[in-house]
Design a protein around this ligand. Structure first.
Ligand code: F6P
Length: 555
């Protein structure tokens, strides 16, 4: 097969390091590197009000970044020279921008309102999206109302999603994020790891007659998911008197692979489909979100989709200088490629977003962890940074020390909400005071003069100095609603896209996960065989396999 025809023009044909704005940014960085946020604020009293952007109910304060108006101007020029406009249009049009898999990238179609049209290979996909949503809604209503019964006639009270990667992280993050809006009479669990403890603990207190499994897998071939699905089927069928017919009432599938779903024994009438143009890490708003819909109900799920769509439209239509995902994406590039920052910390001050950083890790790192450009040339600049984080305020009592006083530059995204979902006394003001205090402390720090003035003995002064000049974004919204969650996820999706366009990489494949999968397939029989296997790995791997075989026999 020859190389696929590139349908997207203007995709940064000039190598990044040769783009005019890139060179200008290199020169500009030399100045910026010396300037402290203290002086940027002191010299420009309007900065905190000006360097903000607001859209669809999300307010972004990016003033505490090591930038000037000139930086923003140059970054936007870089986006222009990198063909960002054309790439956005290509994605929304359904062009096959995932060139290594020859696929369109159309998670935006998953939240396109009825009546819009987006074509893939001459077919309008929007009606297909809505047909699946309707089928999900009908099923969800039946389960939630108790009309859908288990094999023995019991009502379904427990839902277990079995999936991994994008078929798990989105559903579990969304369930946790929207728990406040969920049906509390139902229990939701998520099994992903091939470690049997994950499954065993998930079902330990559940009754099979009340338990529905959703087997979520785009390919329906993933080792972890299929292993867990078979274990679940055995647990369910055994618990229901051994009747294989029970599978029809206790298992549904979410997949693009009807053949494998049928082979597993799930009636394809109970399969919810999606399409090859939805990447796993971009799929939480497709049928992969069935567990989310079961938890929060179809209407609330649609409100989340509406939030996604509002951010899509903002991204697609707003000039770059006021475009939230573009600004955030360009700032990520600024720190990654000029300051050499290796990570970005995402710090939600909202307990319900506790799995949001974990979700973002796949979204950002599986997307932009790439070492060659679209035409296969090795990059000579850093691509995707490491994303990580924890909800505040917990992180403050753990790793923030390193962010404040360590030797690394760690740009941070702080995410806060004005209204709590569980108002209790002073909690929310205390929580938000910490958001503002942390960003202030990171930016401005504390000088040795200030420390001395407090009467600190000389020898202790260096330990108590905060350099400051540590950048952060602050995102503020009114309240965590399903709609807001959709906006937030789409914001990061499009920020990742923006970064990928600047780096001229394919943010939509994930070949890097393949080698380990293939090698594991080779090693599995070497662990399982009763005979001592002839091993031909390197000496370390051979040795580890032999030791494992001895140890497992020891019990
Ligand atoms: O191994 C990586 C990956 O392919 C992810 O991209 C994907 O989200 C995950 O595995 C699960 O894949 P599937 O939904 O096909 O089981």
């Amino acid at each position: 097969m020859g190389a696929p025809v590139r349908t997207t023009k203007g995709q940064g044909t000039t190598p990044l390091a040769k783009r005019k704005a890139w060179k200008a940014l290199q020169a500009h960085y030399k100045t910026m590197q010396q300037i402290h946020l203290r002086s940027l604020f002191a010299d420009d009293p309007e900065r905190g009000g000006r360097m903000t952007a607001e859209a669809v109910g999300l307010f972004l304060d990016y003033s505490k970044n090591r930038i000037t108006d000139e930086t923003v101007k140059l970054l936007i020029e870089l986006a222009g020279e990198s063909g960002l406009r054309a790439r956005i249009d290509a994605m929304f049009r359904g062009d096959k921008i995932n060139i290594t898999e020859n696929r369109a990238v159309l998670h935006v179609a998953l939240r396109a309102p009825e009546g819009e049209s987006i074509f893939v290979d001459g077919e309008d996909v929007v009606p297909q999206v809505h047909a699946v949503l309707d089928k999900m809604a009908e099923f969800s209503n039946r389960v939630r109302s108790g009309e859908w019964k288990g094999h023995t006639g019991s009502r379904i009270r427990n839902v277990i999603n079995i999936g991994i990667g994008g078929s798990d992280l989105g559903p579990v993050m969304a369930y946790e994020a929207l728990k406040h809006y969920s049906d509390r009479a139902m229990t939701f669990r998520f099994v992903s790891n091939v470690d049997s403890t994950d499954f065993a603990e998930a079902v330990s207190d559940l009754d099979p007659s009340e338990t529905l499994f959703i087997v979520s897998s785009k390919t329906f071939t993933t080792l972890e998911t299929m292993t867990n699905a078979h274990t679940a089927r055995a647990w369910s069928v055994n618990g229901l008197g051994g009747d294989e017919k029970s599978v029809a009432r206790h298992f549904v599938a979410v997949s693009t692979n009807a053949t494998e779903v049928a082979r597993f024994g799930i009636d394809t009438a109970n399969m919810f489909g999606f399409w090859d143009w939805v990447g796993g890490r971009y799929s939480m708003d497709s049928a992969i979100g069935l567990s989310t819909m079961l938890a929060i109900g179809p209407e609330t799920f649609r409100a989340m989709l509406d939030g996604f769509h509002q951010m899509d439209e903002h991204f697609r239509t707003t000039p770059f200088e006021r475009n939230l995902p573009i600004l955030m994406g360009l700032l990520a590039v600024w720190y990654n490629d000029f300051f050499g920052a290796e990570t970005v910390a995402v710090l939600p001050y909202e307990q319900y977003l506790k799995r949001f950083p974990a979700y973002l890790q796949q979204l950002t790192m599986e997307s932009n962890g790439k070492h060659v450009t679209l035409d296969g040339t090795a990059v000579n600049y850093a691509t995707g940074p490491i994303y990580w984080g924890e909800p505040g305020t917990n992180g403050q009592h753990s790793f923030y020390q390193l962010i404040h006083q360590g030797t690394r530059l760690i740009p941070c995204d702080f995410i806060g909400f004005a209204q709590p979902l569980n108002p209790l006394g002073r909690h929310q003001d205390l929580l938000l005071a910490n958001v503002f205090a942390q960003t202030e402390a990171l930016a401005f720090g504390k000088t040795s003069e200030q420390v001395k003035k407090e009467g600190t003995p000389d020898w202790l002064v260096p330990h108590r100095v905060f350099e400051g000049n540590r950048p952060s974004n602050t995102l503020l919204a009114e309240r965590l609603t399903p709609e807001t969650l959709g906006k937030l996820v789409a914001l990061y999706e499009h920020s990742v896209f923006t970064q990928g366009v600047i780096w001229n990489i394919n943010s939509f494949d994930q070949w890097g996960v393949e080698l380990g999968k293939v090698l594991a397939q080779r090693i599995i029989p070497e662990l399982e065989t009763k005979e001592e296997p002839a091993l031909s790995h390197d000496s370390s791997t051979n040795n580890l396999i032999r030791r494992y075989r001895r140890l497992k026999e020891a019990s």
